[in-house]
Design a protein around this ligand. Sequence first.
Ligand code: PLP
Length: 564
Amino acid sequence: MLWYFAGALAALFIVHRGWQRLLLSRAKHPSLAGHARLGRFVAGLIPKIEYDDARFFGADGAPPEIVAGRRAGFERLAALYSERFRKSSDLTAEIRDAISDVQFTSRYRVPFQFSRKVREQLRAGVFLQSSSGTTVTDLDGNRFYDLTGSYGVNLFGYDFYKDCIAQGAERVRDLGPVLGSYHPVIAYNVQRLREISGLDEVSLHMSGTEAVMQAARLARYHTRRRYIVRFCGAYHGWWGDVQPGVGNPIAARDTFTLKDMDEASLRVLRSRRDIACVLVNPLQALHPNASAAADWGLVDRRRTSPCDRAAYSAWLKRLRAVCSERGIVLIFDEVFVGFRLARGGAQEYFGVRADMVAYGKTLGGGLPIGALCGKRDLMRRYREVRPADICFARGTFNSHPYVMGAMHEFLLRLDGEPIRALYRDLDEVWDRRARSLNERLRAAAIPVQVTHLSSIWTFNYLQSSRYNWMFQFYLRAAGLALSWIGTARVIFSLNYTDADFAEVADRVLAAAAAMQRDGWWWADTGLTSRSIRRRIVRELVQARWTTSSIGSTHSPRRRYSGAR
Ligand SMILES: Cc1ncc(COP(=O)(O)O)c(C=O)c1O
């Protein structure tokens, strides 16, 4: 009888686990980004290929006259770059071997097949000399409209942050760099963060990554559960557990990556008792289930559907309800979008309240910051009745007086009329600008359109092409500065006036027209996203098993065998 009972229990357990597994599989996005482990495995199989000259210009099988036009265009750009960006690129060449970050970013600006020639001949450099208004100036004196947004930090214009830093430093000067104790400005900073977030407590960190890490750690501590849920395509910093796919050398076994805006994901949350928290990056409203397309990955026609704020709000409300029902901690990662969408952040913009909210970037008034706000019972790092059971978190530079001073200035100005005015009609302003640029691009028959979430924009390509990534080099030549992740992500600061924007739009059109004239967007009827992808896969498979078929190739084995 006992055996029978135990057997029945075991069978029930196995069925239950099988059911959970099935629900989890259904909640995974079909892309490789939705299958972190498989994505890492596939990435490990991809061999290095470098195109020779002929393949560089004719990777899509374009006819000779198009190839010749591209070659001439490339040579013209190379000559312009070498003359115009000489000082910046010379200094970059000098330090490149000593700074790993520069090596990484310059290598991954374009698809690796094209990378060497571009690195050698379109050398722009990584240095800037100054910033002012909406522009930055390089070592050669070239002024660019800044579309990098300094990774999103620059929300109100660089002069605003220069003031925050200078006046913040003045405010805390007497205390200087004393750590461990607090400068009194913190009292106001924390009070304002509590009001903005609508949450009880605040902890201060040095980066967005750390704030998110602390949120997940506290959620696990208080729920005594193991798993973190994140949504496909969402970035939450570079801590291993929130980056389970490509880029992380070890598997993140305690993270589920689920489909965004999908009922199947809610079913997973409802069916399990081991999920500690759900992380939401509200930027995903712009491209659910995908990351911002980096230039090295731009091949396909990109989806051009506009961001659907109402649909994303409705999704967040359903997510909120399920999390409340199941005791799962809902964490908003507003490190990027906080303050950018509304003065009250994404919670206000989408009308949904989280249990914890991480802020960063712009909040530091131009200095490095991460801040976590949360409900009191979730933020506590000890248990009243178990004094040795703690959730440890510290950081030498947390609450650095200079950072707190700059943050103080940021928060004071946030309440001032000039900044309040920028938030009035914010979406209407950026919607109107996006619409007008799209109309002009359409009228000029250029296969590019933009979609946007307020001041965060992305270029979409209407043409399947092996060369969409070239656009960034034409844009730079036209005096527009983009960050290393390239043309698929443009971040405006809110101090762009209509006149500034009109100038940017003119330059985008001129750059796109030049690129089109040079033949990079050539297409015939056989050139589709599918045919391009098939061709790339064929080349990769070929290169993995042979060593000489496509220009020059490098097998992974050879790379790992000590060759430098
Ligand atoms: C949504 C989001 N979370 C976290 C981070 C990490 O912040 P940090 O780079 O300050 O560590 C970023 C950075 O881009 C981000 O966009």
